[in-house]
Design a protein around this ligand. Structure first.
Ligand code: CA
Length: 714
């Protein structure tokens, strides 16, 4: 402990060296105060995951199992945008710092929601085409009186916490390439660390550390090797290149670090979660196979230099979009009578991993959900044992977990009293299809290219009347309580759609999760029993937090649906019938704030579509083009997730200027960029014919449905 105390002292001294005012100093003492298992203070939520270990456990217990039924909404704040919301708010000294889509930052009075200042980095809306999953943002970092945000266009911007003025602003990426930032920066001593996204669009992943005071770059670590002809950045990349073959660098390689970055102050290590390959299909990326380091790996780096320390690869030869970007959580657990410093992750591939965070040794790995691509993890080799046919991509075989993962980025939480990790899981399958024509087999920077034929993702035609039942059955999520020592499920809540929200654990022995059927719910941490619910009027993906000001405990959550789930997985959200709103909701015992009346969410009337004028082959071609270029935002099979228009509902006005929109890009400033570099005018017209054909099919179904309803049954 002595070592830790000295460390703490150093951090406090460093932090106060350039200190400005009393308020800042008190925040810093809190930020620097404790070990990974400790919250910074019992009242603030000053780090992304609350404590350095990102356990997302609040020590506050004013709200508890006995009185949670008295929890009521206290204030709400409507953000300026209506796209997806993924942010974890921070609360420091009574001020909440939270972000919405387009990387807009809001500073709010944490007791009443009044806006102190806001900052809009004014990201060029055309950047939307450079990202996979909507212009979302997962929150800010706070240190030394600065609020630091990663902007969607690749900038890292430090704001003065007092008034939101810009302290420094650096471009962390090449704006010509398809890099975007959606993740929250993390503080590591006197540095701030940020990664990026874009592995679906042909980039090479890396993380960079910047000096908090000046914004000057300190180090950068690439996660995959570049072109050997250019020389390797370091010996680690030279070694990693031995696990690749072919001309992977032409494809970018991938391995983006778009979410999990965790700093371990005692060991002075930074753990990063590395994403999927670019393209997904390994046969194109690295034709002779190989592990392809450091894809789908957890990598430990020196916080001082960014040098490699150790790694563990969850999915060697990654080819299913099984990222290891998901929440990395640190804890000290007693395993076989020994207190181990562990690192835990439940990545997309469906296994729950417990590693020794000092050495990277695999302690255990078990399935936390249904998995059919691997039978188990071999504890001798530390490698997953793939099932026969795991790499057969015929467009029919249903792989679980899906490309969306058994667990995606919505954060987990851990309660030291129950010893349980609370995981928001996802349950649905994916099919993959080998490429059938040239466009999918050529590297192309800036273009969505998975190396698979996207028709594999096209959902089968489902009659409108059956959609709800089928989605309820096949596409849902659960709140799962997992014992990380025994590696087994302790309780699970009934599935709900889409139930995507992250979780919060509190010392009041409660677990909070938003998202299930539009509610924020509170559960008994020991049994899972639902003790309280509040209808939030929208979906949610982000995790709640808890904080206290002047002796009053609050629960806060940023609600709003969207992101990758709505953009790509429109089928999941489709027919969910809850509109997207972007709002901060804050609760306390006895809270009496009432949300404005929800807008009418009655089903829109479908205009009678014009007749299809193309032949069947052209309509089919339109579907192929749609799935390749349009489905990521407008939804597989034209089922939008609600943040982009459902094209089947396009009126005559839209059809009249179709070429101007799709080829000409006249709507690029609302995010619908032109596709003239990728498809022809004939392709665009074929897509329009496909949209008309599907609109007609839906229109007829609705007519039949309405007629059936008008006829009284026996
Ligand atoms: Ca991905």
């Amino acid at each position: 402990m002595r070592q830790l105390t000295v460390f703490m002292l150093l951090v406090v001294l460093c932090a106060c060296g350039g200190s400005k005012d009393e308020q800042t100093t008190s925040s810093e003492s809190r930020l620097a105060s404790t070990s990974i298992a400790e919250a910074k203070s019992s009242v603030d939520w000053a780090l992304h995951g609350n404590d350095w270990g990102e356990q997302r456990h609040s020590k506050l217990d004013q709200i508890n199992r006995d009185n949670v039924k008295e929890l009521g909404l206290h204030w709400s704040f409507d953000m300026f945008t209506r796209r997806g919301v993924e942010a974890t708010p921070l609360v420091i000294d009574g001020t909440m710092y939270v972000t919405s889509s387009w990387s807009i930052v809001y500073a709010l009075d944490a007791t009443n929601g009044s806006l102190k200042w806001s900052f809009d980095p004014k990201v060029d809306r055309a950047f939307l085409a450079k990202g996979c999953c909507d212009a979302v943002n997962r929150g800010v970092a706070f240190a030394n009186g600065k609020v630091i945000v990663g902007a969607y266009d690749g900038r890292l911007i430090a704001l003065n916490a007092s008034d939101g003025s810009v302290a420094w602003d650096v471009q962390t990426t090449d704006r010509e390439q398809s890099y975007t930032i959606t993740g929250a920066p993390r503080i590591a001593g006197d540095k701030v660390i940020i990664g990026n996204g874009g592995a679906e669009l042909g980039v090479r992943g890396y993380v960079t550390a910047y000096d908090i005071e000046t914004g000057k770059q300190v180090w950068r670590f690439y996660t995959v090797p570049g072109n050997p002809a250019d020389g390797f950045e370091n010996e680690t990349m030279e070694q990693a290149a031995k696990t690749w073959n072919g001309e992977w660098w032409k494809w970018g390689g991938g391995g983006t670090v778009w979410d999990a970055i965790v700093y371990e102050p005692e060991l002075n290590l930074v753990y990063i979660g590395v994403g999927n390959g670019s393209p997904w299909n390994q046969r194109l990326r690295s034709p002779e196979g190989g592990d392809n380091l450091f894809l789908a790996s957890i990598v430990a780096l020196s916080a001082d230099s960014g040098e490699y320390v150790w790694h563990y690869q969850t999915t060697p030869g990654e080819t299913w979009d099984f990222t290891a970007t998901q929440h990395i959580m640190l804890a000290d657990l007693e395993i076989d009578g020994e207190l181990r410093k562990v690192l835990m992750q439940a990545p997309k591939n469906g296994f729950f991993y417990v590693l020794d965070r000092v050495t990277g040794e695999l302690i255990s790995a078990e399935k936390f959900t249904e998995v059919n691509w691997a039978s188990h993890v071999d504890m001798e080799t530390g490698r997953p044992v793939e099932t026969e046919g795991a790499r057969v991509f015929d467009g029919k075989k249903q792989v679980v977990p899906s490309m969306g993962g058994g667990h995606n980025w919505p954060p987990m939480s851990y309660n030291p009293a129950t010893g349980l990790v609370y995981i928001p899981t996802l349950r649905f399958p994916s099919a993959y299809l080998e490429p059938t024509d040239d466009i999918d087999t050529k590297p192309g920077q800036g273009l969505w290219n998975l190396g698979f034929n996207n028709m594999g993702m096209a959902p089968p035609p489902i009659p409108a009347k059956d959609v709800d039942a089928i989605l309820d059955q096949q596409f849902n999520g659960q709140l799962l309580a997992w014992d990380p020592i025994k590696q087994q499920q302790v309780w699970v809540q009934e599935p709900g759609r889409p139930s995507l929200g992250g979780t919060l654990s509190t010392a009041g022995m409660l677990v909070f999760q938003p998202g299930k059927h539009g509610n924020l719910t509170a559960h008994d941490a020991e049994t899972g029993a639902e003790l309280w619910a509040h209808y939030t009027q929208t979906g949610a993906m982000a995790a709640p937090i808890s904080y206290a000001v002047d002796g009053v405990q609050y629960i806060a959550v940023a609600v709003g649906f969207g992101g990758g789930f709505a953009a790509q997985g429109g089928a999941i959200a489709h027919h969910w019938k809850i509109p997207n709103r972007s709002r901060v909701l804050v609760y306390k015992l006895g809270g009496e704030h009432v949300l404005p009346d929800p807008e009418d969410v009655a089903e829109r009337e479908l205009p009678k579509p014009a007749a299809v004028t193309a032949d069947a082959a052209t309509v089919k071609h339109g579907q192929v083009i749609y799935q390749r270029h349009c489905a990521y935002c407008h939804g597989d099979g034209l089922r939008t997730g609600g943040i982009t228009p459902d094209l089947r509902y396009s009126g005559e006005g839209i059809h009249a200027i179709w070429q101007d929109i799709v080829i000409g890009g006249v709507l690029s400033q609302v995010g619908m960029v032109g596709f003239k570099d990728y498809i022809s005018a004939d392709d665009a017209e074929a897509v329009r014919q496909y949209v008309l054909a599907e609109a007609s099919r839906l229109y007829e179904e609705k007519q039949v449905g309405a007629a059936a309803q008008a006829t009284p049954s026996e």
